[in-house]
Design a protein around this ligand. Structure first.
Ligand code: XBP
Ligand code: MG
Length: 264
């Protein structure tokens, strides 16, 4: 039987609720800075989340919403360069927001990282967001030294195809010299679970406001959050009844629950 050796974390929506009050706000600040009158409301942003990656999301917005004020580009190359410039401004605003410390980790994330490290489990990150966004979040929430806790931070344009493709998880597995059946992925969205499952990794989902209605079939365990001693989680679905019973007893997901999921 394969052994449980590593936990691979998605970032946005899983480690922290970064989308509505982080990325979305930063995109709007970048648009204003560049003299664009675009306003990504919470509702529009929910729709735009169907496309992963900030640059790709801007391109999707332009094609789907066709704002009156478009980008002044003569060629595809120039357009890509304007989008890249806009996205760089967004990344600057986003990391500034994180530095202010307004976006905390989701319940259970610190607890499970701490426990995993104590028990010698390996931890890594697989995300579509820009690498500097990951290190800014880790620094703001766990301290700068936490960057080194993660054996691999697989992020952004390091792979050509972002989630829902499995590439970013496959990249992380390769870097860790592990196979999919040694790992569990923690995700929050349909694009995320498609990606982890494309890489054949057993997946735990914690939903959020934007993803609660996503189709998570194929995930091993779906919860509202990982839970804490004083704030129990709710199991939304579980492939294995024993795992669901275990979570119901403690009120949270810990390494013991993940191990039992593994044995299931
Ligand atoms: C979620 C995403 C990201 C961010 C934006 O990533 O789709 O694109 O919204 O990040 P994940 P960038 O859930 O995989 O962490 O603007 O830096 O691309
Ligand atoms: Mg996510």
């Amino acid at each position: 039987m394969s052994t449980f050796q590593a936990l691979i974390f998605d970032v946005d929506g899983t480690m922290a609720d970064t989308e509505r009050d982080g990325h979305r706000v930063a995109f709007n600040l970048a648009f204003a800075e560049k003299g664009l009158d675009w306003d990504w409301t919470e509702e529009i942003y929910g729709d735009l989340l169907s496309v992963t990656g900030g640059k790709e999301r801007i391109a999707f917005f332009l094609s789907k919403y066709q704002p009156k004020q478009g980008l002044d580009a003569d060629s595809d190359e120039q357009r890509a360069s304007i989008i890249a410039d806009l996205h760089a401004a967004k990344t600057r605003h986003y990391t500034d927001l994180l530095q202010k410390g307004d976006i905390p980790l989701r319940p259970g994330i610190l607890r499970i990282i701490t426990e995993a490290r104590e028990l010698g489990l390996r931890i890594a990150i697989a995300t579509t967001t820009t690498p500097v966004n990951v290190t800014a979040l880790l620094t703001a929430t766990l301290g700068k030294e936490s960057i080194d806790w993660f054996e691999v931070i697989a992020a952004g344009d390091i792979v050509p195809a972002k989630k829902p493709a499995g590439d970013i998880y496959e990249y992380a597995l390769k870097e860790m010299n592990l196979s999919a059946d040694n790992c569990i992925a923690l995700e929050d969205s349909l694009n995320g679970v498609r990606s982890s499952l494309a890489a054949n990794i057993k997946t735990v989902i914690t939903v959020n406001g934007y993803t609660q209605d996503d189709d998570f079939s194929g995930a091993a365990l779906v919860l509202d959050q990982l839970g804490e001693v004083d704030s129990p989680c709710k199991t939304l679905s579980s492939v294995d009844q024993l795992v669901a019973d275990k979570v119901a007893t403690t009120g949270y997901v810990d390494v013991a629950v993940l191990k039992s999921m593994f044995a299931a």
